[in-house]
Design a protein around this ligand. Structure first.
Ligand SMILES: [Zn+2]
Length: 115
């Protein structure tokens, strides 16, 4: 990614699980010069842990054609950008575990995978 294209809106469709507004924009360019945006599923974040389904998409222009669509994956990140890790109490860790299981269930449903 190397250039800010400052939210180029589009009429290209989102996957049905994407919760961003229809036509949400491409916001940067890839090194190859394609427009780039990321589809996002329901925010399943737990205390200090960001969790959501995501899938990147690239296109030749705001009207397409789409060049690549990434298979959905679950984005997981802690808020602690310095140490890159977190310490949890039992109750908080159970909240994180439940949120991760919810995200895994959503991924299974979207991809048609049965656990
Ligand atoms: Zn989307």
């Amino acid at each position: 990614m190397n250039e800010d294209v400052s939210q180029v809106t589009t009429t290209l469709p989102c996957p049905d699980w994407c919760v961003l507004p229809a036509g949400h924009g491409f916001y940067t360019l890839t090194d190859e010069g394609f427009l780039f945006r990321c589809h996002e599923g329901q925010d399943r974040s737990a205390p200090n842990v960001a969790i959501a389904l995501v899938a990147d998409e690239t296109a030749l222009s705001d009207q397409g054609p789409v060049v690549t669509v990434e298979a959905p994956t679950v984005f997981v990140s802690t808020d602690d950008i310095i140490a890159g890790n977190q310490r949890f109490t039992g109750p908080t860790l159970r909240m994180v575990a439940a949120a991760l299981l919810d995200a895994a269930d959503e991924w299974d449903r979207i991809t048609g995978t049965s656990a």
